[in-house]
Write a protein that binds this ligand. Structure first.
Ligand code: URP
Ligand code: ZN
Ligand code: ZN
Length: 463
Protein backbone atom coordinates (compact mmCIF):
# COMPACT_ATOMS: atom_id res chain seq x y z
CA UNK A 1 0.00 0.00 0.00
CA UNK A 2 1.49 3.31 -1.11
CA UNK A 3 0.51 6.91 -1.68
CA UNK A 4 -0.66 7.64 -5.21
CA UNK A 5 -0.42 11.22 -6.44
CA UNK A 6 -3.06 11.18 -9.14
CA UNK A 7 -3.81 13.41 -12.09
CA UNK A 8 -1.01 15.97 -11.88
CA UNK A 9 1.58 17.12 -14.40
CA UNK A 10 5.06 15.88 -13.57
CA UNK A 11 7.80 18.36 -14.48
CA UNK A 12 11.52 17.79 -14.98
CA UNK A 13 14.22 19.93 -16.58
CA UNK A 14 13.23 18.58 -19.98
CA UNK A 15 9.62 17.42 -19.82
CA UNK A 16 6.17 18.28 -18.58
CA UNK A 17 4.01 15.15 -18.62
CA UNK A 18 0.57 14.24 -17.25
CA UNK A 19 1.39 11.28 -15.00
CA UNK A 20 0.64 9.63 -11.67
CA UNK A 21 3.34 9.16 -9.05
CA UNK A 22 3.36 6.16 -6.72
CA UNK A 23 5.23 6.58 -3.46
CA UNK A 24 6.21 3.49 -1.48
CA UNK A 25 7.91 4.15 1.82
CA UNK A 26 10.46 6.91 1.37
CA UNK A 27 10.93 6.40 -2.37
CA UNK A 28 9.17 7.02 -5.63
CA UNK A 29 8.16 3.59 -6.93
CA UNK A 30 6.63 4.51 -10.31
CA UNK A 31 5.89 7.49 -12.49
CA UNK A 32 3.40 6.54 -15.22
CA UNK A 33 0.06 7.52 -16.72
CA UNK A 34 -3.05 6.12 -15.01
CA UNK A 35 -1.54 3.93 -12.28
CA UNK A 36 -4.16 1.61 -10.76
CA UNK A 37 -5.26 3.10 -7.44
CA UNK A 38 -6.34 -0.19 -5.82
CA UNK A 39 -4.93 -0.47 -2.31
CA UNK A 40 -3.27 2.95 -2.34
CA UNK A 41 -4.07 6.19 -0.57
CA UNK A 42 -4.92 8.61 -3.35
CA UNK A 43 -3.94 12.28 -3.33
CA UNK A 44 -5.83 14.25 -5.95
CA UNK A 45 -3.33 16.37 -7.88
CA UNK A 46 -5.60 17.55 -10.67
CA UNK A 47 -4.66 21.06 -11.75
CA UNK A 48 -1.35 20.70 -9.87
CA UNK A 49 2.22 20.60 -11.10
CA UNK A 50 4.19 17.79 -9.49
CA UNK A 51 7.70 19.16 -8.99
CA UNK A 52 10.83 17.83 -7.34
CA UNK A 53 11.25 19.33 -3.86
CA UNK A 54 13.33 22.50 -3.96
CA UNK A 55 17.00 22.40 -3.02
CA UNK A 56 18.48 25.55 -1.49
CA UNK A 57 22.26 25.20 -1.45
CA UNK A 58 23.06 28.45 0.37
CA UNK A 59 21.64 29.02 3.85
CA UNK A 60 23.07 30.24 7.16
CA UNK A 61 21.05 28.79 10.06
CA UNK A 62 22.08 29.38 13.67
CA UNK A 63 25.24 31.11 12.46
CA UNK A 64 27.29 33.41 14.69
CA UNK A 65 27.97 36.48 12.56
CA UNK A 66 28.26 40.25 12.98
CA UNK A 67 28.23 40.10 16.77
CA UNK A 68 25.04 38.05 16.96
CA UNK A 69 23.53 34.78 15.69
CA UNK A 70 21.29 34.39 12.64
CA UNK A 71 17.67 34.44 13.77
CA UNK A 72 16.50 31.08 12.37
CA UNK A 73 17.86 27.92 13.92
CA UNK A 74 17.60 24.54 12.21
CA UNK A 75 14.03 24.02 13.37
CA UNK A 76 12.61 27.37 12.34
CA UNK A 77 14.67 27.73 9.19
CA UNK A 78 13.91 24.29 7.81
CA UNK A 79 10.23 24.57 8.71
CA UNK A 80 10.00 27.84 6.79
CA UNK A 81 11.92 26.27 3.90
CA UNK A 82 9.48 23.35 3.77
CA UNK A 83 6.45 25.62 3.74
CA UNK A 84 7.98 27.41 0.77
CA UNK A 85 8.53 24.14 -1.12
CA UNK A 86 12.16 23.43 -0.29
CA UNK A 87 12.87 19.88 0.90
CA UNK A 88 16.68 19.97 1.07
CA UNK A 89 19.14 22.62 2.17
CA UNK A 90 22.91 22.85 2.25
CA UNK A 91 24.06 24.98 5.15
CA UNK A 92 27.59 25.95 6.21
CA UNK A 93 29.74 24.57 8.99
CA UNK A 94 31.95 27.53 9.79
CA UNK A 95 35.53 26.78 10.80
CA UNK A 96 36.68 29.14 13.57
CA UNK A 97 40.15 30.57 13.03
CA UNK A 98 42.65 28.60 15.12
CA UNK A 99 40.40 25.55 15.27
CA UNK A 100 40.20 22.47 13.03
CA UNK A 101 37.45 21.83 10.50
CA UNK A 102 36.44 18.68 12.36
CA UNK A 103 35.39 20.85 15.29
CA UNK A 104 33.12 22.95 13.05
CA UNK A 105 31.65 19.79 11.58
CA UNK A 106 30.82 18.44 15.05
CA UNK A 107 29.39 21.81 16.13
CA UNK A 108 27.06 22.07 13.13
CA UNK A 109 25.92 18.46 13.36
CA UNK A 110 25.00 19.18 16.99
CA UNK A 111 23.13 22.37 16.02
CA UNK A 112 20.98 20.46 13.54
CA UNK A 113 20.51 17.23 15.49
CA UNK A 114 16.90 16.70 16.50
CA UNK A 115 15.83 19.99 14.94
CA UNK A 116 15.85 19.80 11.16
CA UNK A 117 12.43 19.37 9.54
CA UNK A 118 13.84 18.50 6.10
CA UNK A 119 17.02 16.79 4.88
CA UNK A 120 20.16 18.86 5.02
CA UNK A 121 23.83 18.74 4.09
CA UNK A 122 26.82 20.90 4.95
CA UNK A 123 29.53 22.78 3.12
CA UNK A 124 32.70 23.38 5.12
CA UNK A 125 33.60 27.09 5.28
CA UNK A 126 37.39 27.10 5.48
CA UNK A 127 39.01 30.02 7.31
CA UNK A 128 42.35 28.59 8.46
CA UNK A 129 44.66 25.86 7.17
CA UNK A 130 46.41 25.78 10.55
CA UNK A 131 50.09 25.79 11.55
CA UNK A 132 52.15 24.37 8.66
CA UNK A 133 48.86 23.77 6.84
CA UNK A 134 48.18 20.85 9.14
CA UNK A 135 44.40 21.08 8.58
CA UNK A 136 44.67 20.75 4.81
CA UNK A 137 44.49 16.98 5.32
CA UNK A 138 41.07 17.50 6.87
CA UNK A 139 39.74 18.25 3.40
CA UNK A 140 39.98 14.54 2.59
CA UNK A 141 38.39 13.63 5.93
CA UNK A 142 35.49 16.03 5.29
CA UNK A 143 34.85 14.53 1.85
CA UNK A 144 34.70 11.14 3.56
CA UNK A 145 32.02 12.60 5.88
CA UNK A 146 29.91 13.63 2.90
CA UNK A 147 31.06 17.23 2.71
CA UNK A 148 32.03 17.43 -0.93
CA UNK A 149 32.05 21.24 -1.16
CA UNK A 150 34.12 23.87 0.62
CA UNK A 151 33.41 27.56 1.01
CA UNK A 152 35.87 30.40 1.00
CA UNK A 153 35.28 34.08 1.62
CA UNK A 154 37.31 36.65 -0.32
CA UNK A 155 35.55 39.34 1.78
CA UNK A 156 35.09 40.10 5.49
CA UNK A 157 38.75 40.73 6.42
CA UNK A 158 39.78 39.59 9.93
CA UNK A 159 36.57 37.59 10.24
CA UNK A 160 36.18 35.04 7.45
CA UNK A 161 38.42 36.23 4.61
CA UNK A 162 41.22 33.97 3.39
CA UNK A 163 44.19 35.08 1.29
CA UNK A 164 45.12 33.88 -2.18
CA UNK A 165 47.72 31.44 -0.84
CA UNK A 166 45.08 29.67 1.24
CA UNK A 167 42.67 29.60 -1.69
CA UNK A 168 45.36 28.20 -3.96
CA UNK A 169 46.42 25.45 -1.54
CA UNK A 170 42.83 24.48 -0.85
CA UNK A 171 42.13 24.30 -4.57
CA UNK A 172 45.17 22.14 -5.24
CA UNK A 173 43.70 19.66 -2.78
CA UNK A 174 40.10 19.85 -4.01
CA UNK A 175 41.24 19.53 -7.63
CA UNK A 176 42.80 16.16 -6.76
CA UNK A 177 39.62 14.99 -5.03
CA UNK A 178 37.12 16.47 -7.49
CA UNK A 179 35.50 18.41 -4.62
CA UNK A 180 33.92 21.81 -5.21
CA UNK A 181 35.06 25.20 -3.92
CA UNK A 182 32.21 27.68 -3.35
CA UNK A 183 33.36 31.26 -3.38
CA UNK A 184 32.07 34.49 -1.89
CA UNK A 185 33.81 36.68 -4.45
CA UNK A 186 34.47 40.27 -3.44
CA UNK A 187 37.79 42.07 -3.02
CA UNK A 188 37.57 42.42 0.76
CA UNK A 189 40.84 44.33 1.14
CA UNK A 190 39.92 47.10 -1.27
CA UNK A 191 36.35 47.27 0.05
CA UNK A 192 37.78 47.77 3.53
CA UNK A 193 39.71 50.83 2.32
CA UNK A 194 36.59 52.30 0.71
CA UNK A 195 34.64 51.60 3.91
CA UNK A 196 37.22 53.37 6.10
CA UNK A 197 37.15 56.37 3.72
CA UNK A 198 33.36 56.54 3.95
CA UNK A 199 33.43 56.42 7.74
CA UNK A 200 36.13 59.12 7.85
CA UNK A 201 33.87 61.32 5.71
CA UNK A 202 31.05 60.83 8.24
CA UNK A 203 29.02 58.49 6.04
CA UNK A 204 27.86 55.96 8.62
CA UNK A 205 24.26 55.18 7.58
CA UNK A 206 23.10 51.80 6.20
CA UNK A 207 22.99 52.96 2.58
CA UNK A 208 26.79 53.21 2.70
CA UNK A 209 27.03 49.46 3.10
CA UNK A 210 25.87 49.25 -0.52
CA UNK A 211 27.79 52.28 -1.76
CA UNK A 212 31.13 50.99 -0.44
CA UNK A 213 30.98 47.62 -2.19
CA UNK A 214 31.25 48.34 -5.93
CA UNK A 215 30.29 45.77 -8.55
CA UNK A 216 33.82 45.82 -9.97
CA UNK A 217 35.14 44.58 -6.61
CA UNK A 218 32.92 41.52 -7.08
CA UNK A 219 33.97 41.02 -10.70
CA UNK A 220 37.66 41.35 -9.83
CA UNK A 221 37.38 38.61 -7.22
CA UNK A 222 35.55 36.28 -9.61
CA UNK A 223 38.28 36.85 -12.18
CA UNK A 224 41.04 36.20 -9.64
CA UNK A 225 39.54 33.06 -8.16
CA UNK A 226 38.95 31.61 -11.61
CA UNK A 227 42.62 32.23 -12.42
CA UNK A 228 43.65 30.59 -9.14
CA UNK A 229 41.54 27.54 -9.98
CA UNK A 230 43.35 27.24 -13.30
CA UNK A 231 46.73 27.57 -11.60
CA UNK A 232 45.66 24.91 -9.11
CA UNK A 233 45.12 22.35 -11.86
CA UNK A 234 41.50 22.90 -12.82
CA UNK A 235 39.69 23.01 -9.49
CA UNK A 236 35.90 23.04 -9.70
CA UNK A 237 34.54 26.44 -8.65
CA UNK A 238 31.02 27.61 -7.79
CA UNK A 239 30.51 31.36 -7.42
CA UNK A 240 27.86 32.12 -4.82
CA UNK A 241 25.40 35.02 -4.86
CA UNK A 242 26.39 36.59 -8.20
CA UNK A 243 24.73 39.99 -7.90
CA UNK A 244 25.70 42.05 -10.94
CA UNK A 245 26.41 41.98 -14.64
CA UNK A 246 30.15 42.54 -14.23
CA UNK A 247 30.62 39.44 -12.05
CA UNK A 248 28.27 37.38 -14.20
CA UNK A 249 30.32 38.22 -17.31
CA UNK A 250 33.43 36.86 -15.58
CA UNK A 251 31.60 33.57 -14.98
CA UNK A 252 30.48 33.58 -18.61
CA UNK A 253 34.05 34.14 -19.82
CA UNK A 254 35.39 31.33 -17.65
CA UNK A 255 32.76 28.93 -18.93
CA UNK A 256 33.39 30.01 -22.54
CA UNK A 257 37.04 29.07 -21.91
CA UNK A 258 35.94 25.57 -20.92
CA UNK A 259 36.72 26.00 -17.22
CA UNK A 260 34.77 24.09 -14.58
CA UNK A 261 33.03 27.15 -13.21
CA UNK A 262 29.38 27.25 -12.16
CA UNK A 263 27.38 29.79 -10.19
CA UNK A 264 24.20 30.98 -8.60
CA UNK A 265 22.25 34.15 -8.10
CA UNK A 266 19.52 34.81 -5.52
CA UNK A 267 15.96 36.21 -5.70
CA UNK A 268 16.99 39.46 -3.99
CA UNK A 269 19.24 40.35 -6.94
CA UNK A 270 16.58 39.40 -9.48
CA UNK A 271 13.65 41.17 -7.84
CA UNK A 272 14.97 44.00 -5.62
CA UNK A 273 17.30 46.88 -6.45
CA UNK A 274 19.36 49.68 -4.96
CA UNK A 275 17.12 52.45 -6.30
CA UNK A 276 13.88 50.53 -5.76
CA UNK A 277 14.41 49.39 -2.18
CA UNK A 278 17.09 51.52 -0.56
CA UNK A 279 17.52 55.22 0.14
CA UNK A 280 14.71 55.29 2.70
CA UNK A 281 14.82 57.70 5.65
CA UNK A 282 16.15 56.72 9.06
CA UNK A 283 17.52 53.23 9.59
CA UNK A 284 15.09 51.38 7.27
CA UNK A 285 17.84 50.55 4.76
CA UNK A 286 19.41 48.24 7.35
CA UNK A 287 16.75 45.66 6.40
CA UNK A 288 18.52 45.39 3.04
CA UNK A 289 22.07 45.23 4.37
CA UNK A 290 23.39 41.98 2.97
CA UNK A 291 26.48 41.14 0.98
CA UNK A 292 26.90 41.57 -1.93
CA UNK A 293 24.55 44.54 -1.64
CA UNK A 294 21.54 45.34 -3.77
CA UNK A 295 22.67 46.54 -7.18
CA UNK A 296 21.18 48.96 -9.69
CA UNK A 297 18.09 47.66 -11.45
CA UNK A 298 19.92 47.51 -14.78
CA UNK A 299 21.66 44.34 -13.53
CA UNK A 300 18.46 42.33 -13.29
CA UNK A 301 17.89 41.66 -17.02
CA UNK A 302 21.47 40.37 -17.55
CA UNK A 303 21.10 38.06 -14.53
CA UNK A 304 17.85 36.62 -15.90
CA UNK A 305 19.56 36.18 -19.26
CA UNK A 306 22.42 34.35 -17.52
CA UNK A 307 19.90 31.98 -15.93
CA UNK A 308 18.37 31.29 -19.34
CA UNK A 309 21.76 30.81 -21.01
CA UNK A 310 23.09 28.45 -18.32
CA UNK A 311 25.85 30.91 -17.44
CA UNK A 312 24.36 30.60 -13.95
CA UNK A 313 22.87 27.22 -13.03
CA UNK A 314 21.25 27.70 -9.62
CA UNK A 315 19.01 30.08 -7.67
CA UNK A 316 19.64 29.88 -3.93
CA UNK A 317 18.64 32.26 -1.13
CA UNK A 318 21.73 33.07 0.98
CA UNK A 319 19.16 33.05 3.80
CA UNK A 320 20.91 34.77 6.72
CA UNK A 321 18.14 36.35 8.80
CA UNK A 322 18.49 38.99 11.48
CA UNK A 323 15.68 40.73 13.33
CA UNK A 324 15.38 44.45 12.70
CA UNK A 325 14.41 45.45 16.25
CA UNK A 326 17.34 44.02 18.18
CA UNK A 327 19.90 42.69 15.69
CA UNK A 328 20.14 45.07 12.73
CA UNK A 329 20.14 47.92 15.26
CA UNK A 330 23.58 46.83 16.46
CA UNK A 331 24.74 48.99 13.58
CA UNK A 332 22.70 52.09 14.32
CA UNK A 333 25.84 54.19 14.71
CA UNK A 334 27.85 52.59 11.92
CA UNK A 335 26.82 50.49 8.93
CA UNK A 336 29.92 48.34 9.54
CA UNK A 337 28.24 46.92 12.65
CA UNK A 338 24.96 45.94 11.00
CA UNK A 339 24.84 42.13 10.81
CA UNK A 340 24.99 41.29 7.11
CA UNK A 341 22.20 39.12 5.80
CA UNK A 342 18.54 38.88 4.92
CA UNK A 343 15.67 36.39 5.21
CA UNK A 344 14.41 34.49 2.16
CA UNK A 345 14.42 30.69 2.62
CA UNK A 346 10.60 30.61 2.54
CA UNK A 347 10.09 32.67 -0.60
CA UNK A 348 12.59 31.39 -3.17
CA UNK A 349 10.25 29.10 -5.10
CA UNK A 350 7.33 31.56 -5.06
CA UNK A 351 9.47 34.46 -6.29
CA UNK A 352 11.28 32.54 -8.99
CA UNK A 353 8.04 31.02 -10.25
CA UNK A 354 6.20 34.33 -10.26
CA UNK A 355 8.91 36.60 -11.68
CA UNK A 356 10.44 33.85 -13.79
CA UNK A 357 7.80 31.47 -15.13
CA UNK A 358 4.70 33.68 -14.94
CA UNK A 359 6.57 36.63 -16.42
CA UNK A 360 7.90 34.52 -19.30
CA UNK A 361 11.54 34.99 -18.31
CA UNK A 362 12.24 31.27 -17.80
CA UNK A 363 10.39 28.12 -18.79
CA UNK A 364 8.77 25.81 -16.27
CA UNK A 365 11.45 23.24 -17.06
CA UNK A 366 14.20 25.72 -16.38
CA UNK A 367 12.50 26.63 -13.08
CA UNK A 368 12.77 22.99 -12.02
CA UNK A 369 16.36 22.82 -13.18
CA UNK A 370 17.41 25.99 -11.31
CA UNK A 371 15.62 25.14 -8.07
CA UNK A 372 16.18 21.38 -7.80
CA UNK A 373 17.84 19.38 -10.55
CA UNK A 374 21.00 21.41 -11.15
CA UNK A 375 21.69 21.95 -7.41
CA UNK A 376 21.37 18.18 -6.90
CA UNK A 377 23.76 17.47 -9.75
CA UNK A 378 26.37 20.12 -8.91
CA UNK A 379 26.41 19.25 -5.21
CA UNK A 380 26.48 15.45 -5.46
CA UNK A 381 22.91 14.49 -4.55
CA UNK A 382 21.48 13.40 -7.91
CA UNK A 383 19.36 11.31 -8.60
CA UNK A 384 18.54 10.70 -4.91
CA UNK A 385 17.31 14.29 -4.86
CA UNK A 386 16.30 16.74 -7.59
CA UNK A 387 13.99 14.67 -9.78
CA UNK A 388 10.58 12.98 -9.71
CA UNK A 389 11.60 9.55 -10.97
CA UNK A 390 11.39 5.92 -9.87
CA UNK A 391 14.07 5.16 -7.30
CA UNK A 392 14.54 8.75 -6.14
CA UNK A 393 13.61 10.00 -2.69
CA UNK A 394 9.93 10.95 -2.64
CA UNK A 395 10.65 14.65 -2.15
CA UNK A 396 8.00 16.39 -4.20
CA UNK A 397 5.65 19.31 -4.33
CA UNK A 398 2.09 19.66 -5.43
CA UNK A 399 2.50 23.11 -6.88
CA UNK A 400 -0.63 25.13 -7.42
CA UNK A 401 0.07 27.47 -10.34
CA UNK A 402 -3.09 29.48 -9.64
CA UNK A 403 -2.61 30.07 -5.89
CA UNK A 404 -2.23 33.72 -4.98
CA UNK A 405 -0.19 34.66 -1.95
CA UNK A 406 0.96 37.96 -0.48
CA UNK A 407 4.37 37.87 1.17
CA UNK A 408 4.34 39.61 4.51
CA UNK A 409 6.21 39.43 7.80
CA UNK A 410 2.86 39.18 9.55
CA UNK A 411 2.29 35.62 8.33
CA UNK A 412 5.74 34.35 7.39
CA UNK A 413 7.38 31.46 9.23
CA UNK A 414 10.91 32.84 9.23
CA UNK A 415 11.78 34.37 12.59
CA UNK A 416 12.40 37.91 11.46
CA UNK A 417 10.23 40.90 12.24
CA UNK A 418 10.27 42.08 8.62
CA UNK A 419 10.32 40.75 5.08
CA UNK A 420 12.50 42.15 2.32
CA UNK A 421 9.63 41.21 -0.02
CA UNK A 422 6.88 42.82 2.09
CA UNK A 423 3.61 43.22 0.16
CA UNK A 424 4.67 41.42 -3.00
CA UNK A 425 1.83 39.33 -4.39
CA UNK A 426 2.86 36.13 -6.14
CA UNK A 427 0.88 33.61 -8.14
CA UNK A 428 2.00 29.99 -7.72
CA UNK A 429 2.68 28.30 -4.41
CA UNK A 430 3.29 24.91 -2.80
CA UNK A 431 -0.03 23.32 -1.79
CA UNK A 432 1.38 20.09 -0.39
CA UNK A 433 4.99 19.05 0.26
CA UNK A 434 6.29 15.50 0.61
CA UNK A 435 9.68 14.72 2.08
CA UNK A 436 10.87 11.13 1.76
CA UNK A 437 7.27 10.07 1.23
CA UNK A 438 5.85 11.90 4.22
CA UNK A 439 3.40 14.76 3.79
CA UNK A 440 5.07 17.56 5.78
CA UNK A 441 3.23 20.64 4.51
CA UNK A 442 -0.44 20.88 3.71
CA UNK A 443 -2.17 24.11 2.75
CA UNK A 444 0.71 26.27 3.99
CA UNK A 445 0.95 24.53 7.38
CA UNK A 446 3.84 22.36 8.57
CA UNK A 447 2.38 18.95 9.49
CA UNK A 448 5.59 16.94 9.88
CA UNK A 449 7.54 16.55 13.06
CA UNK A 450 10.56 18.51 14.16
CA UNK A 451 13.81 16.57 13.97
CA UNK A 452 12.71 14.27 11.13
CA UNK A 453 15.27 15.78 8.72
CA UNK A 454 18.36 13.67 8.03
CA UNK A 455 21.97 14.61 7.39
CA UNK A 456 22.86 13.90 3.77
CA UNK A 457 26.14 12.33 2.86
CA UNK A 458 27.01 13.93 -0.49
CA UNK A 459 29.19 12.45 -3.20
CA UNK A 460 31.82 14.27 -5.20
CA UNK A 461 29.88 15.32 -8.29
CA UNK A 462 30.94 14.99 -11.90
CA UNK A 463 29.96 18.51 -13.00
O1 URP B 1 25.05 39.20 3.87
C1 URP B 1 25.22 37.99 3.78
N1 URP B 1 25.19 37.44 2.60
N2 URP B 1 25.44 37.26 4.89
C2 URP B 1 25.76 35.91 4.96
C3 URP B 1 27.20 35.65 4.71
C4 URP B 1 27.52 35.68 3.25
O2 URP B 1 28.28 36.51 2.80
O3 URP B 1 27.00 34.85 2.51
ZN1 ZN C 1 28.61 35.58 0.99
ZN1 ZN D 1 25.94 33.35 2.35
Amino acid sequence: MGTLIKGGTVVSSTTSTPADVLIEGEKIARVAPLIDATGHTVVDASGMLVLPGGIDVHTHLDMPFGGTVSADDYEWGTRAAAIGGTTTIIDFALQSMGHPMSEAYATWRAKSEGKACIDYALHMAVTDLGPNDIWLDEVDAMVAEGISSFKIFMAYPNVLMVNDATIFKLMQRTAKLGALVCVHAENGTVIDVVVQQALAAGNTGPLYHALTRPAVAEAEAVHRVVALSQLAGGARVYIVHVSCQEAMLEVAAARANGLRVTGETCPQYLVLSLEGNMGKPGFEDAKFVFTPPLREKKNQAPLWQALRDNVLQVVSTDHCPFRFADQKTLGQDSFTKIPNGGPGIENRMQLLYHYGVNAGRISLQRFVELTAEAPAKIFGMFPKKGIVAAGSDADLLLWDPAAKYTITAATQNMHTDYSIYEGIQVKGNARQVFSRGESIVDGGRFVGHVGRGRYLHREVAAQ
